[in-house]
Design a protein around this ligand. Sequence first.
Ligand code: GLN
Length: 490
Amino acid sequence: MSALTKLTLKGALDGLAAKDFTSVELTKAHIDAVEAARGLNAYILETPEQALEMAAASDARRAKGEAGPLDGAPLGVKDLFCTKGVRTTACSKILENFVPAYESTVTSNLWRDGAVMLGKLNLDQFAMGSSNETSYFGPVTNPWRAKDSNKALTPGGSSGGSAAAVAADLCLGATATDTGGSIRQPAAFTGTVGIKPTYGRCSRWGVVAFASSLDQAGPIAKTVEDAALLLNSMSGHDPKDSTSLDVATPDFTQFVGKSIKGLRIGVPKEYRVDGMPAEIQKLWDDGVAWLKEAGCEIVEISLPHTKYALPAYYIVAPAEASSNLARYDGMRYGLREEGANLAEIYENTRAAGFGDEVKRRILIGTYVLSAGYYDAYYLKALKVRRRIAEDFDHAWQKVDAILTPTAPSAAFGLGENSSDPIAMYLNDVFTVTTNLAGLPGLSLPAGLDANGLPLGLQIIGKPLDEGTVFSVAGAIEKAAGFTAKADKWW
Ligand code: GLN
């Protein structure tokens, strides 16, 4: 039945509708694939019994003619989304045994529409990282390997488990989150499609918080159309999240395949960064050529504050993280390490429960928020953030969407950058700007490098204009004809 795991989400939904197979069959095929791929470490918790129950219930609904838009489709869930009665860890020791009493809104929406949960997916601890190596449960191995090499590569991060699971056919799609690039960079590293929608499109309720003004949920999927199907379900206003936008969710699938003739596409000159590999520049040039062929007008634009985006992000995100993570004190939930008094319990718990990268962020965040440094760092970073948003506002007067590379390199080796935080942070150079400005950004695979590894292009859209982003992505997907898959070695 391994053929069933090769299907796209759309293909599987069509097959279920045509009664070619049942959700139980489809789910079993995925459970088998997940078991056989444990070496990749993509899933940190498998929920096969629950999956088969959900699949059987889906088949029963379908038999009665009550199937929802995702009915019977087995998905993976990033372990940052709270799942009721199912352990949710954020891949940290401090939440190692945390079993939420509630379900996140995004996952509730997916189950409402009939989807089936296969299990919880690995990530960088509290979503802090770009390689999945900060996970308390160990790194995920990218299913892709360079040509003639057995070297283990990172799937990117923080949604490395989600991206690897989709790339290795261990689910039909997965939830992910993106604070500075964590949906898009892993998608680029694994030849999958990922979209971070407009800030506020998806509810953050029940998603373990990293940096609340930047965090946004979105899907990782096999195709642009699959990403649109998943986003349809994940989106929607939620009164439980005060930053959730009270706007209608259009049917995003309607935009995939739509003509993009006459659209103006911006190419920001500041994204041509020093030391960018020639292959990334070539991929970007290919993207421009495909869009021209499809009838777009290409416009060189300037986003002058781009060079400040990464430093601003690495102030704002840790500042918010230091505040958000104050709740892990050993009192209400999660790990508790005993001590002689209250302060010592806090200290012991946090020292034992957080990994090094999380501690680094808390230290930076606390520092930039402290009385003597608040104005110099945090306030300054907020001003830069405003300028970055204004750069985009100006650009939208001239263009309908923006094309950039997703990441400055292809997947790198596990361990290669893990001792150098700055080198790791540079991964986010093309992605953090959209988080700072709250804009939608999608990554799709558009080519292979000389080592046979996938490379991604990013499309950035106007606020709430995911529709145009999907149309442009659909056109690039068609032109690029990217059909490569990782050879199955696991
Ligand atoms: N790599 C970035 C960071 O470490 C982004 C992470 C994310 O988007 N969650 O902060």
